[in-house]
Design a protein around this ligand. Structure first.
Ligand SMILES: [Zn+2]
Length: 265
């Protein structure tokens, strides 16, 4: 009886230590070998005295969204493989060797990688981890770099830049100014999506106080070669500064660059 109790308290897998979840999941020989293989593949160095501590440490490791899914899958599958090895031995008297346990982990990784998971980080670390498991990642899109510098119009065109507060309405005033001067090829840029949408659709749905000027404006652009584009505020700094000085201005045009625009990018 005493011998049977002693045997029952031994680890079913290695038979050399007393059985406990901490032994089975972190100190039993198959667990040690699996964690070594996995931590080495993910370039991690985690050690803990208890299974719950090792698990919580593993869950808090930071990876890209893509690799994190693979990492978490691996941690769970390693624990499950150890548990499976233990149960196979007890209930089926079958031994699960390290190679079978590892192939179970690798297969689960491959399955997880097929899920529609987030992009990998475009860095060597992520690439090496995926290569070790012979997996292909989804690289993050390269950022689109866009110039936000004001550029002059094509020859023969007059460029008009209006500020976002254009419903008061600098856009219609500018178009009328161009019309009066016989400039009939207008390239208008505004940082107001609303104004761009009104002009490009020739909409007359504007507040009543500017309706008359706006209707004239829509008529004028219908008789012009007219292009309208939305631009970022950074591209529209000159119009922005002009609108801020608008109340103090005594003239509506300059022969040379006004002083307050000298340092505008
Ligand atoms: Zn053991």
């Amino acid at each position: 009886m005493g011998a049977k109790q002693q045997k029952a308290s031994r680890c079913s897998v290695c038979g050399v230590s007393s059985e406990s979840s901490d032994h089975l999941f972190i100190r039993c020989r198959i667990a040690i070998a699996l964690w070594e293989a996995v931590f080495s593949a993910f370039q991690q160095c985690i050690s803990a005295d208890t299974w719950s501590l090792l698990f919580s440490q593993a869950m808090s490791v930071s990876f890209s969204d893509h690799v994190r899914v693979l990492w978490k899958t691996t941690i769970h599958v390693v624990a499950w493989s150890v548990w499976l090895a233990c149960n196979r031995l007890i209930f089926e008297s079958k031994t699960m060797d390290l190679r079978s346990a590892l192939s179970l982990v690798w297969r689960a990784m491959s399955d997880a990688n097929r899920l529609e998971i987030e992009c990998m980080r475009n860095c060597v670390d992520d690439l090496l981890i995926l290569r070790r498991f012979d997996l292909h990642g989804c690289p993050a899109r390269a950022p689109v770099i866009r110039s936000v510098i004001w550029s002059p119009p094509a020859p023969g065109w007059t460029k008009v830049n209006t500020d976002g507060v254009a419903l008061s309405s600098p856009a219609s005033i500018a178009i009328n100014f161009a019309w009066q001067n016989g400039w009939h090829r207008i390239w208008l840029e505004s940082d107001s999506s609303y104004v761009v949408q009104l002009l490009s659709s020739h909409s007359k749905q504007v507040p009543w106080r500017i309706r008359q000027a706006w209707q004239r404006c829509i008529y004028q652009i219908s008789k012009m070669e007219f292009q309208v584009f939305h631009i970022f505020r950074d591209e529209n700094q000159v119009a922005d500064v002009l609108s801020k000085h608008a109340l103090g201005l005594e003239v509506d045009s300059w022969g040379k660059l006004p002083v307050f625009l000298l340092f505008v990018g």
